[in-house]
Design a protein around this ligand. Sequence first.
Ligand SMILES: Nc1ncnc2c1ncn2[C@@H]1O[C@H](COP(=O)(O)OP(=O)(O)OP(=O)(O)O)[C@@H](O)[C@H]1O
Ligand SMILES: [Mg+2]
Length: 277
Amino acid sequence: MTIILTIANEKGGVGKTTTAVNLAAGLALRLRDEAAPNNRVLLIDMDPQGHALLSAGYGTHTAPPAESLSALLTETPPPSIQRMLRVSQHHENLFFLPSNRASMVDAARVLPTLMANESRLQHAIQPVLNQFAFILIDTPPTTGDLLINALVASTHVLIPVETSYLGVSGLLELQRTIEEVRIHFRPSLKILGYLPTLCEEQRAETQDILIELQKRYPKQVLPPIHKSSDLAYAHSSHMDVFTYRPPRQRIANQIESSSRPTQEYASVVETIINTTR
Ligand SMILES: Nc1ncnc2c1ncn2[C@@H]1O[C@H](COP(=O)(O)OP(=O)(O)OP(=O)(O)O)[C@@H](O)[C@H]1O
Ligand SMILES: [Mg+2]
């Protein structure tokens, strides 16, 4: 079964894109030696800003609207997704779908007027599901049809939580959205976990929020990601951290690295593999 994982939090700047990009790369690297299609990962960028695609080597160019994700969401019937798939620059088993900022903004606007507007992504990826072990979906920091489409298409959700400030009301709103998706579309949609991000050891708040998260979501808190300049530099160099700070060795398939964020995202990759398979 293909694991389809949406990375969501309606709060902005909590590390959604960083997490989507690095988990997609980490999974691709971790599964590299398995036989296709069990080693193939697809990264879908539902944020019109397209930041997740930068790390895949997509650059700043935009695809013609008819050959981009927005056409999959708005056209009836959708164009061929198979022909749209592209291989990322840094990992030969990591794929993405080209995007176009303006046409994604338009798609978000017109989706509410279209029939089956919540399940268009689910429908569009159907033909290629059996070609991927994992599909990761980055989402915009807003509630709307782009986020709903991601959730309806998904088997799991991962929620990055910034540990400098616990945005409680934002989390409750996302949980309500997830519950609505379960009731109307996907009864089996699971919260894979809450991922503490941007942790700073020196700050008292970080520790308090980690304890609070554990209390509120027992057994659902994933191994935390600390604030790290490697992640910021990797992002500005249009790379994932596994490419920017490559792992030194692999022991029994596990990724080992002296770079902290590489090791931390590798730990989340292991947790995802162990809890979804
Ligand atoms: N662990 C980290 N250490 C250092 N910088 C980080 C870390 N995580 C994210 N960042 C930086 O913080 C900024 C926001 O992160 P990111 O873009 O991943 O958040 P986001 O939730 O996707 O934001 P948006 O809601 O705007 O889409 C980026 O500049 C990113 O490089
Ligand atoms: Mg983002």
